[in-house]
Design a protein around this ligand. Sequence first.
Ligand SMILES: [Zn+2]
Length: 276
Amino acid sequence: MTIEKAYGSFSPISQTLEEILKRAAAKKLSTLLFLNKKSESGSIYCKSCKSHTIVPKQVDVCPNCGSADIYFNSVNINSLTKTLNSKLSTLNSLDIQTAAAFYKLLPKKYDVAVHVKTDSVLNFPDFASSEKLYAQITNLKKLAKKLVVLQTYNPDSPVIKNAVSSNYSGFYNEELVQRKTFSYPPFALLIKITISGKNAEDKSEKLVEDLKQSTINNQQLTILGPYLANLRYNIILKLPLPNYSLATRTKTLEKLKKHLPKEKGIKIIVEPNTLL
Ligand SMILES: [Zn+2]
C-alpha cells in the first residue's frame, strides 16, 4: 500500500488486488473481501505533514499536526461495493463481509480471502488490537482455500508476520512483553472512569489528584487523563495486579472503589472496549 500511495492512489482496492480479483473472476474463483467493521471509522492522509492516521470517527483536522488540508477516506460495505463496481465488470462470486463471516456454524470457504484494511485494526486505540488482528488473519487463513491477501502499510509489523507464518508462540511472547511494558492486562487491571454532569471537569481533575496520592496492592496507579470524549470526562487507570485471577481482580476493584466518591455521574468500566 506504501507503493500505491507513492503513486498518489488512495483507493481501498490496490492495483495488485485489482489484478488478483480480475484473475479470480476469470477463473470463476470465489473471493471474500473482509472488512473490520466500524463503519464510521476511516483513514486520514495529511497533505501537510504526510502522515497517515486511522481515526475512529471523521475529523476535520489532522490529529498529528492540526492542518485542515487532509484527505479523509472511510471504507464500508457500500463504499467498497461502489469502488468494486467501477473497477470490475462483474461482482459475481465476490462477497464483502465483516467478522460475522467467522462466527457461522458452518463458515463458507472461499478460494481467495482479502483483508481490505489490515491497519484499521492495528491503529485502533485498544490494547488488544494486536490480538484481534492475529485472530482475524488466522480466521481468514482458515476460510481461504488458495490465497490470503493482506493490504497493509506495515508489512513488517511483528503481528502480521507472526500471523502469516502461524507463529503463535512468537506472537504470544512479543505481545506479553508489550503488555508488561505498558501495564496492560494480564499485568494490570484496565479501568475507565467516566464523569458526567455538573462540574464534571473540576470533579475529574480533583479525582485524579486524589488517585495520584493513592496506592493499590502497594503500588502507585498509572493514570491517564482526564480527557474529554463523547461529552464526558474520562480517566484511564491501570491498577497493578500480582496475578490475573478473578479473586485478585475483584479484590483490587473493591480497593479502588474505596477511593472513589459515590456519586451518580461517576461510572466505572472494567476493561473497556474503547478508551474513547
Ligand atoms: Zn498533519
